[in-house]
Design a protein around this ligand. Structure first.
Ligand code: AMP
Length: 401
């Protein structure tokens, strides 16, 4: 971070959008843990911290009478846990902006922490309202954005607020710096061979990603439901597998483009197909282009696993986005598990740089306890996907100016 925080009040945008159980206890505090290094650094430098975040979707999930469910979505639920992990009593402003927030911010002393109420209680947040952003900015001397998970949104507290601080008075937090550094590592100067592993349900969600990878990588592995649109585009029989018939032509063009560019595309040679979208359905292993009617491909098969693992083993840079099958069902999780292991092995034994980001592959790697064996697991699903797609993220651009 580029700012000396001594005697400064820092407005810090964090991503405290944590899951809460029915008693409003935090069930997974990863996002809070991720934000601690930045907060602790500012406090150590004798600055004061004003934290702001969203929690859930209070505007969408209003009460029956149309009002905001303040009890469910208040950030007050986080104060106890936050005080414990920061080892200091965190103050709480029951409003995001307004006279109380201003008064509490004004009286904040170095080393103290104030948490503002949920930014999304204001409908001005998602609208990127300048007046609201200015009111937030007036609470502090400097601005730190450490909420990578919302960097792709041009909201008041994630983007617009930055313009009310001079370039020297705004900066990325450690989490955000790390995400940007790792994304740049694969996008700017990747060590080759560079392999992209894509999966998940739909081709339509990954078009921009695939187009971008064509210009960047040596190999593209395609698994998951999206693979069947490609298999069908090549004349294969895919039974009842997931398919986007309106994307067949696009799939054909992508395959052609890859050929012209010398990018190798790997589709699953075989699949584990089921007669129902159910963990206990009847299963059979079949070539992916000869899936019988009434059966759908729900995972990649053993030959596909072997081939994909081979490509991964000999790669020096790996980006993985999206599972190889319906990994939420144990009987169709083998492909995703095997690929996660292959990525971890390529990293640990082969010295590859591996980034897992954007989509359910992050959940898969975490579930398997392999997050420490890959080089980097992104914290921002949609934000990382957009970075890999080559989009400029408004939250990042606003800090750069
Ligand atoms: P995404 O969010 O794009 O990464 O997609 C993840 C979802 O794709 C997961 O919920 C998977 O269950 C689903 N998925 C993966 N493979 C298949 C498949 N072969 N058929 C249907 N859904 C799949």
């Amino acid at each position: 971070m580029t700012i000396n925080f001594k005697n400064k009040k820092a407005l810090v945008r964090v991503d405290f959008n944590v899951p809460l159980d029915k008693n409003y206890h935090i069930s997974d505090d990863t996002r809070i843990k991720n934000a601690l290094p930045t907060i602790q650094h500012i406090l150590k430098e004798k600055g004061a911290v004003i934290l702001m975040s969203h929690l859930g979707r209070p505007q969408k999930k209003r009460k029956e009478d149309g009002s905001i469910d303040t009890e469910k979505f208040t950030l007050r639920h986080l104060v106890g846990h936050l005080s414990k992990v920061l080892k200091t009593k965190v103050k709480f402003s029951p409003e995001t902006v307004g006279p109380t927030a201003s008064k509490m911010a004004a009286s904040l002393k170095p080393g103290e922490v104030l948490l503002l109420e949920n930014t999304r209680f204001q409908k001005e947040e998602a609208a990127g309202d300048e007046g609201f952003a200015k009111q937030l900015a007036e609470l502090a001397d400097v601005f730190v954005n450490d909420a990578f998970g919302t960097a792709h949104r041009a909201h008041a507290s994630t983007t617009v607020v930055a313009k009310f601080f001079k370039p020297a008075d705004r900066t990325f937090g450690f989490l955000m710096e790390n995400e940007i550094k790792n994304a740049q590592k694969v996008l700017d100067n990747p060590v080759r061979p560079f392999t992209a592993i894509t999966g998940g349900a739909k081709v339509s969600d990954k078009i921009m990603l695939l187009e971008r990878f064509m210009d960047l990588v040596d190999n593209i592995i395609v698994g998951g439901g999206m693979a069947y649109t490609f298999v069908k585009a090549q004349g294969g029989q895919i039974g009842n597998s997931l398919v986007e018939n309106d994307k067949l032509e696009l799939a054909r063009k992508l395959l052609e483009k890859a050929k012209k560019k010398g990018v190798k595309i790997f589709l699953p040679e075989d699949s584990v197909a089921a007669d129902n979208f159910d963990n206990n359905a009847d299963r059979k292993t079949t070539p992916s282009n000869k899936i019988p009617d009434g059966y759908m491909g729900l995972d990649i098969g053993p030959k596909a696993i072997e081939k994909f693992a081979d490509v991964i083993r000999t790669s020096s840079t790996i980006v993985w986005n999206g599972p190889m099958g319906v990994f939420e069902m144990p009987n169709f999780a083998n492909g995703t598990k095997a690929i996660a292991k292959a990525v971890a092995n390529a990293t640990q034994q082969g010295g590859a740089f591996s980034l897992v980001g954007g989509g359910d592959s992050v959940a898969a790697v975490n579930q398997m306890g392999l997050s420490d064996e890959v080089s980097f697991v992104s914290t921002g699903g949609g934000a990382m996907l957009e970075m890999l797609e080559g989009k400029e993220l408004p939250g990042i651009e606003a800090i750069k100016g």
